[in-house]
Design a protein around this ligand. Sequence first.
Ligand SMILES: Nc1ncnc2c1ncn2[C@@H]1O[C@H](COP(=O)(O)OP(=O)(O)OP(=O)(O)O)[C@@H](O)[C@H]1O
Ligand SMILES: [Mg+2]
Length: 359
Amino acid sequence: MEIVANLPSPEECASQILDYSGHKFEPDIAGDLWLKILQHKWFLSEKLGRDVGIKVACLDFLENTDTVRQELREEEIARLLRDLGAQMVDRSVWDTISDSQPPKRIVAKRIILPLTETDLAQKHGVIPPRTIIFFGPPGTGKTYFVRAIASVLQWWYIEVSPSDLMADGQDRLGRNLKLLMEGAAGLDEAVIFIDEFEEIAGNRDQASRIDKSITNEFLKQVPLLKRRAGKILLVCATNYIRDLDAALLRPGRFDCIIPVGGLDVQGRRTIFDYYLSKTNSGKVDTDKIVSLIPLFTPADIEYLFQKVSQVAFERELVRGEDYRLTTDIFLELLPKVRPSLSEEIIKEFELDCIDYTRY
Ligand SMILES: Nc1ncnc2c1ncn2[C@@H]1O[C@H](COP(=O)(O)OP(=O)(O)OP(=O)(O)O)[C@@H](O)[C@H]1O
Ligand SMILES: [Mg+2]
């Protein structure tokens, strides 16, 4: 069977298919598709006993062949996931957060449950949030929470930093943001996470012309995202909620603005136990150590364990016998880890909580 003599370029194929059917495909996919359409034209002509046109073959192929449509959709989604660097986060991440670690309860009640108990939410007119900001001091677990949300929902997790969006120049940021949001709209269930949000959504009065255009692009994209059918959650995180553009913080743009602050005793203990379970531990008085680190963030606890584990490793190497962590080694190394929080930082954060929290 001779199908083609001169095959059009992939770009030409994409443009022809778009012309005939209104469906837009990437050139590499369109090139393969074109061959299949030509093949289909031949089959269809044989079946009907007359020569059918390429446009008819194209429409028939795309619109009546369910498996083809399915395959194309899967191909498109696989490409999107690859381009966006999407990950599936292990379910266990959510469980490593203590119920008392702020803001686990808020997140469960306000974000997770309305998305999982959809019928009940609908019955009571609860609209699941689509756009969320987490704010709080460094190392308090903002990124960890976003991963945990993706993990418990089992949605794709797509992390974007301002530097990714500016990889091909700062003036491309607005355009890349638009492409990201449009691309993510093609996925059914995804959490898009933009870290260091103040870098792209800083106060417009103080910012340069480029920054203003980015905030404007963002203001355009948020309502579009909300209107789309797919289950897409946009989460942004910042250490500097005060620096964000006031226009973005108005109700209607972000559905929830959630603080992520310091840990209580239970929160510290859960994280401490989590890291302890990954070590070669002996008898450790967890309560005692946890009571000595009131101003530690999750990041500080993780760092303490890095230090302790390194020392344990070195000691076993020197002594040549099993070395188990005890309370003493923690007490020895605690003075070497400075807490990230201070009374002053906590006071400022509490003021931010009053001024900005909304859920
Ligand atoms: N519940 C938890 N259990 C175990 N580890 C945790 C938990 N919460 C946070 N961590 C760890 O603490 C560190 C800091 O958390 P994370 O990166 O989420 O903080 P952050 O608020 O996003 O910080 P930054 O403002 O610097 O971006 C991470 O390495 C993370 O894995
Ligand atoms: Mg972070």
